[in-house]
Write a protein that binds this ligand. Structure first.
Ligand code: DTR
Length: 339
């Protein structure tokens, strides 16, 4: 075989180099793939907000960031969400802080009976509280956003019209909501939302105490025919990101994420408020739902019974060297600011 002249060899090497470089170029602006874990089914509000965030991020980064979503506990479940994000099982995760009351003391204060009247206000207040106090519970993650549910109501198989009706009645609730049920004399059974449909079907619980949009999203209205309007207590949520994954993001992408935080919080609150109304309508029209309004004095009495929750929380906060009174004062002040 004849040897190639030197000049041909050099030009061949140069051409391959150009190809290598050309090939390399697109990988500089390579898409960043991030896995986002969520615990409840895709139709529920934590996943609806996740899909909205994904759409906005992909749009605002011109497709440079791709978010792969994992609803329904397929990547991480309700209880191992934050640890799974810290260890890098998922890049991003959505968690309900009420499921771990002792771990998220500061942010769970927005779930106390403090008169936050809807999810929009609850979400914005929660985000402000997070920004102001930057709780240690989040030191190992980057927090992308936070939001709250709408206030909780009792959904049940039998009508609950008085505290007597509630005595010993088993309802599913977590965190502050479980404490409240106990104070009213009910029997709270703790479990994440994702386990509730099975518990209701097996009869382990006779209903639940949470925001009303679940009547439609989980079709609970098919067998829970009564709602007692208590309109108090929220379940706070956080969306957190693995610190390494965050640090690896280009600065302009980090900015897109940061610019979305408060907006996503408010968007989710608004979505939740609107969806609760739709769920009530749907349950009435399709499943004959009866809404029980407590008489004014009765409602005041139910609210009064919950007051010690606030003083107890302040005590607990103090024990952990947290400024409990100031946090409660701030929650109240922010809530009037966002009205
Ligand atoms: N209320 C909390 C949070 C919650 C409210 N709606 C949904 C839907 C899906 C998952 C969680 C939630 C709870 O009861 O678990």
């Amino acid at each position: 075989m004849k040897r190639k002249p030197f000049i041909v060899t050099v030009s061949l090497i140069m051409t391959s180099l150009v190809f290598v470089l050309l090939d390399y170029k697109p990988s500089i602006a390579q898409t960043v793939n991030l896995n986002y874990a969520n615990f409840p089914p895709a139709s529920t509000f934590p996943c609806v907000q996740m899909e909205r965030w994904k759409t906005e991020v992909e749009k605002r980064t011109n497709g440079r960031v791709k978010i792969n979503t994992f609803p329904g506990g397929t990547l991480l479940n309700a209880k191992n969400m934050i640890n799974g994000v810290i260890s890098g099982v998922a890049d991003i995760g959505c968690l309900c802080m009420a499921y771990q009351p002792g771990r998220f003391i500061v942010t769970n204060a927005t779930g106390l009976p403090l008169g936050l009247s809807n999810a929009r206000i609850g979400s914005l207040v929660l985000w402000e509280i997070y920004k102001k106090y930057k709780p240690k519970a989040f030191s190992k993650v980057k927090v992308l956003t936070m939001f709250n549910t709408a206030p909780s109501n009792i959904m049940s198989k039998k009508p609950i019209r008085t505290l007597q009706d509630l005595k010993g009645y088993e309802l599913r609730a977590s965190g502050n909501a479980a404490i409240a049920l106990g104070l009213w004399g009910g029997a709270a059974v703790g479990m994440p939302m994702s386990q509730t449909p099975e518990a209701l079907q097996k009869g382990t619980v006779q209903g639940l105490f949470t925001a009303l949009e679940v009547m439609k999203d989980f079709k609970f209205a098919e067998y829970l025919k009564y709602v007692t309007r208590t309109d108090t207590l929220m379940y706070p949520f956080a969306v957190v990101m693995n610190k390494n994954a965050w640090n690896k993001l280009p600065k302009d992408v980090q900015k897109v994420f940061d610019n979305l935080s408060a907006e996503q919080s408010e968007w989710t609150g608004n979505y939740m408020d609107k969806h609760v109304e739709e769920a009530i309508q749907w349950s009435k029209e399709n499943h004959n739902l009866e809404i029980i309004q407590l008489p004014k004095e009765e409602k005041e009495n139910w609210d009064r019974i919950l007051e010690p929750m606030i003083t107890d929380w302040i005590e607990e906060a103090k024990e952990k060297e947290l400024p409990g009174e100031a946090i409660i004062k701030d929650i109240k002040a922010f809530s009037t600011q966002f009205k």
